[in-house]
Ligand binder design. Sequence first.
Ligand code: NAG
Ligand code: NAG
Ligand code: NAG
Length: 139
Amino acid sequence: MAFTHSILLLFSMVALFYLISITTAQVEPTTAPPTAAPTSRNGDDMEVIKDVKNNRDIQELGMFAIDKANLRNSSWWSISFIEVINATRWHKMKGFRYLLDINSTKKSKLEVQVIGSTFAYLYVDSGERTLQTWFFKAA
Ligand SMILES: *[C@@H]1O[C@H](CO)[C@@H](O)[C@H](O)[C@H]1NC(C)=O
Ligand SMILES: *[C@@H]1O[C@H](CO)[C@@H](O)[C@H](O)[C@H]1NC(C)=O
Ligand SMILES: *[C@@H]1O[C@H](CO)[C@@H](O)[C@H](O)[C@H]1NC(C)=O
C-alpha cells in the first residue's frame, strides 16, 4: 500500500513539474520592444519603405517572421499572417535591421482569435534573415 502511494506521489510530482515547465515556457516576451523605429543619430539612415503592400520581398520577410514566431513557444497560440502594412529599415552592422508591422490574427488554444499587429524586428545581412524579437498587439 505504501509502495503504491509513493509511486502515485512520484507520478503526480512529475506531472506537476511537467505542467509547471510547459506553463512557464509558453510565455511571450514580457518586455515589449517599442513599436516605432529608433530615431537615428544622423537622421538620414532611416528608411520608411514605400508601397509595402506591393513589395514582394517585404511581404515575404513578414511571412518568414510569422513562421519563426510560430516555431517558438507555439503550443499555446498561433499567429496567422495577413499582410505587412508598414516597414522601416536602418543600417545595422553590415546589414539592415527591419521593423515590420504585420497585420495578423492570433489564435490561442482556447480558440479565441484576435486581430492586430505583429511587430517584428529582423536582421537581414546578405540574404540571411533572423527574427530578433517580436510581439503581438491586438487592434
Ligand atoms: C519563449 O519562452 C521562454 C521562457 O519564457 C522565453 O525566455 C523566450 O523568450 C520565449 N521566446 C519567444 C520567442 O517568445
Ligand atoms: C508607418 O510608419 C510610419 C513611420 O513610423 C508612419 O508615419 C505611418 O503612419 C505608418 N503607417 C501605417 C499604415 O501604420
Ligand atoms: C487587416 O486585415 C483585415 C482582414 O483582411 C482587414 O479587415 C483590416 O482592415 C486590416 N487591418 C489593417 C490595419 O490593415
